[in-house]
Every structure is written in structure tokens, then in C-alpha cells.
Design a protein around this ligand. Sequence first.
Ligand code: 13P
Ligand code: SF4
Length: 302
Amino acid sequence: MKKEKLIEEINRLRKEKRAVILAHNYQPEEIQDIADFVGDSLELSRKAAEVETDLIVFCGVHFMAETAKILAPHKKVLLPDLRARCPMADMVRADDLRWMKEQYPGKKVVAYVNTTAEVKAETDVCCTSANAVKVVSSLPDEEIIFVPDRNLADYVSQKTGKKLQAWDGYCPIHQDIKPGHIENMKKRHPGAEVWAHPECRPDVLLLADRILSTGQMIKEAPKSEVREIIVATEVGILHRLRKENPGKKFYPAREKAVCKNMKRINLEKVYRALLEEEPEVVVEATVAERARGAIDRMVRFI
Ligand code: 13P
Ligand code: SF4
């Protein structure tokens, strides 16, 4: 089917079925353009719980759709391609976390939202990159288990002064943005600021003017005085930044910073998902029950 026809059919089906299409800031441009709402992990979790619809088409990766399903258990949550998984989320399993809890008995567990439901079920409170510092600061404990992102853990530990016992996970896309990429871009655009996602390596964060989640980048761009920004995160975010800030220039720190799992979603798959009402994301009831508290606590932090 041609692109125009696909969009027409998606619009017809979403109206007929009263479905809502949610998309992450890293989704392909064509998906961001047809979505009812585009946002970061935290904003999408909140939206999923809020929307008055029985059918959500979640355009993102599996842990995000799973989080939506846990927050909205009576809604049907579709992920147009079940292979769209986050490699970082898959770096830690529930039994790894149970092992860590044995190593640090009595310590609280903070899990990045980029984790499976089974890991969340073993967690005290979840966080996203938008509220990780606030979540960790809110705990009275000085030593905390943090999974799975070692880079985010390092950043949060510096910001809060707390000791985080971190799992050795990382996002392969952010890990591949190196200080050399930033230095090159700064030479080419000397007036530009560097904005980096906290999943970046510590030596990249040292070169950043600001450290922000994807949603925070979107909010801060129109408010900022600077006209040029080097963006150290997945390149999908550039679409929205450019669209919403036509007077500013945004450069990718690394053009090859592409999350291929995020890009598995396309218009054809969204159309199929709406038509067939699958693939559906299901979370085993006892796991969902145990994970919900940690996710609920996360969405309460701005
Ligand atoms: P945000 O929560 O900032 O959208 O990040 C999600 C993610 O997967 C980053 O790689
Ligand atoms: Fe996971 Fe990294 Fe892709 Fe985000 S960009 S979904 S952390 S692999």
C-alpha cells in the first residue's frame, strides 16, 4: 500500500476503534507525524494511564508498552512489532537482580524504566531519565542498588552524592557516542551548546552543557537562548526538535546513533496492528501486580 493510503486507513481504523497511537521521541518520522501523542518514557507512561480508550497502539520498544499495560491493565496494548526490544533492558534479568539483593542485603532497589516487568517486580521504585535524580534523592538511604544503566547510575550518584551499587548495563547506542564525536562537532559549530542524554558515557557527559531526558530536550529547546545545539542522543529526536523550533539549528553528535529496535515500527505494521488488534503485549497478572507499585511511585515524580 502507498504511504498516503496507509495513513488514510490508519486514520479510519483508529477512529472506528477509538484507538490512541502513542509514540516515543525516537520513532521514525512518519510514525511521530501520525501519532496522537509523542513523548519520553515518563510522559508516555502517564499518557497510557490517562487516555480514555480501550485500545493503545504503542510505538516504541517492548518495556515501554509493558509499562503502559501494567498501568492500564484493562486496556489492550499493541506493540506493532514484538521484536522491538531494548537491548539495555535485556541486560539484566530478575534472577540477576535477586543475586544483587543477596550481595547487598536490606538495600533499596531503584530500577530504570528500561527493564522487563519481571525486574520491576523485584524493585522498590522505578525511575526514568527525567526523574532519576529526584527519585534517588527522595530515598533516605545512602546506599542503593541501581539497575541496569551504569552511566545513568554514575550521573545520579554524582548529582545526589549517594553510593549506587550499579549493574553493568548500558545502551549500546549512547555508549557509541564518544568524546571525539563531540569534540569534532564543537570544532565545526563553535557557537553551539552540547545537550546530552544521561545514558551517555561519563566522559561524554563531562563535555555537555546540559544533561536532559528526551522530553526535557523538547521542553527546553524553545526556552533556550542558544541558536545551535549539538544533540548527543538517538537521532530520532531531531525530527521534533527541528519541527518545533524552526529558527534553531540542531546537529546530531553522531549521525549513526540510531536505535534499530525503535525503527522496527513502520506505517505498514501500525496499520496491521490496528486491523488485527495484535500483537498484544501481555504481562502475567502476578508479575504485573508486583511491578505496579514501583511504577506508580515513578509516575508521581515530575
Ligand atoms: P527517555 O526517557 O529520555 O525518552 O529515554 C528513553 C530511552 O530509551 C533512551 O534511550
Ligand atoms: Fe534501549 Fe538505547 Fe534503544 Fe533507548 S536508545 S530503547 S536505551 S537501546
